[in-house]
Write a protein that binds this ligand. Sequence first.
Ligand code: SF4
Length: 319
Amino acid sequence: MSAARPLPADLPRDLEAEILRLKKERNAILLAHYYQESEVQALADGVGDSLQLARAAQKADCEVIAFCGVHFMAETAKILNPHRKVVVPDLEAGCSLADGCPVDQFRAFVARHPGAKVVTYINSSAEVKAMSDLICTSSNAVKMVEHFEGQPVVFAPDRHLARWVAREANRPDLIVWQGICIVHEQFSAKRLAELRVKHPDAEVLAHPECDDAVLAQADTIGSTSRIIERAIESPAKTLIIATEDGVFHQIRRRVPEKTLLQAPGPDEGCACNRCPYMRLNTLEKLYLCLRDLEPEVTVPEEIRVRALRPIEKMLELSA
Ligand code: SF4
């Protein structure tokens, strides 16, 4: 990946208006993950979790996709849209899960389990996807593993999601790659228990990338979109949420009367529920990427074709 570009001194004053103008001029759509800052989400044509964004990318009708998320998400959009230009505000926006599963080590891991089907979380590189039988997101991971009932399954790269899926799908035999999300792993079970004592009527919502001791205290465990859905429909007036900070924007927009509390990290006042990779995407960089149509995300055709198959299979099975 290239080094981050310095910001020019002559950025327009009204960045939002310029981004909307450029979006039209470039025949671009802007897709943003729920973990983006609220001002980025506000400009997007589509906001969603990984599954919703993959679906939106599949249906894209435009010349350019400007993807505000992390690299593996933009790669997925490119895999689904080989003839469209996919640009991102910052190429350095990676992910600890994707980065923690290098293709050579993963190939050796899979080779140690001959005959096993490979179900890979979408938070992985195009190369790792290309080695997989099926891709999953946190919305559909249980269903994707159930698809291979009676067959050995390698599940990668998130160990916490894997543990939850193994329980939900009754697959204690899952063969698990031991990756972690540096954001979701930070939530402290001890401090969450203390917070619950202070708010006994609060409902706890958690993402399955969290540690088991956190999940054990959750009333609802689910993907980002499931957490938002439950936060809206829940009769509880106070919600404790164990996932990335960006989802608060969507929940506040829909149910402003509810009290939203962040599940605590290990230290008082830490901002550890903010993904540092996602936060690399700023309005300034979004403006520049639409103006210059770079940095562009590319995937070698041979890898793209192999990675497309398990992604399309997932979209078909979760339709
Ligand atoms: S929140 Fe975790 S899983 Fe999501 S992009 Fe950031 S590091 Fe990756």
